[in-house]
Ligand binder design. Sequence first.
Ligand SMILES: [Zn+2]
Length: 409
Amino acid sequence: MHDHRKLGRELELFDTDPLIGAGLPYWLPDGAALRHTLEEYIRTAERLAGYRHVYSPVLGKRELYEISGHWSHYSDDMFPPMDLGGEQVVLRPSLCPHHAVIYRSRSHSYRELPLRMAELGGMYRSELSGVLGGLTRVRAIQLNDAHIFCTLDQVADEARAALDMIRRAYEALGIRPARFRLSLPGPGGKYVAAPEMWQRSTALLTGVLDASGLPYEAVEGEAAFYGPKIDVQVADPAGRESTLSTIQADFHQPEQFDLHYIGADGAKHRPVMVHRSIIGSVERAVAHLVEQHGGAFPGWLSPTQVVILPVSDAELPDAEDLARRCTALGLRAEVSGRERGSLGARIREARLVPYQAVLGAAEAAGDLVALRLRDGRRLGPQPAGEALARIGALVAAHSTTLWDEAAGV
Ligand SMILES: [Zn+2]
């Protein structure tokens, strides 16, 4: 069984230091490469799906969260406010209030809806130090977040499209959902009191789930304080479940922030806010990917995609040249030379790298590479340019396949 904390350290993806503090991991270069690739995948998928990205600050005035309702429903999870010359500012517990304010800063016509606003942004949670560990319980979170401001009629289509994005992302990432959950409110006062609103949003999300044909369970006590959610659950190797992706229909915050759009009738109307996250927090997503794949990530996601192994020092200049050609094609490559041991030892060391290019005298002379794939397949010497182009195409397609036999070897 893979523990992402142990493996993350062994693979040199991330680590923590008591001087920085518990629950505040830092990312090493290989982890940063993986994270950057994941973030770029998400940003591109969002751009293609009609989202526009914004940036907003990780701090906000206390009043912002009083209006959003976080202050009264969620303050146990928030950092205490900082006093700045009589003004109180807080590390944000979510991005929603900022996005609501950004929406409100301009007037909007019904023709602009659905308006899809996305951000991969920082947020903070005041987890107790006893429960912190690895990337799953952290105090600083990078959230893949988006808010769709739309009419009531558009909610179902937007939620359905978000569900499709989630399923496509899981396929590219090699993640299997453990189950789909309709998260409903439970007893207790942590939910905003507006029965009609809860009923409407629950009916909308239930409709989306029913139409999707996916099996799902309704679970009480798991809703956001402002509305019900569709949650996509994943399980760790020990079977412990957590929420990775979520889709929510929110009537509460548009009301609180007095959001509106001008309808075809020239009058002001209230939009609905659909909150959705494809991979949840980058931290939790990477923790899950590490555990799911045991470090053998899909090729497009691997911190090092191609390792080049010169058989002797004589091939070192050619190996370095090949690495430069990989880099120029957008691939992450490194040369593992003789100083790192025998060829066998270097191949073992690179066992998680999807493509291992062995470069002997014959390959170097003919501009060929003999590829070994991570799954054990060995391909005969082939023109280096063609091999790199094929790897590049698989990476660009976010494929989980290492080599497309059908394309001919
Ligand atoms: Zn939100």
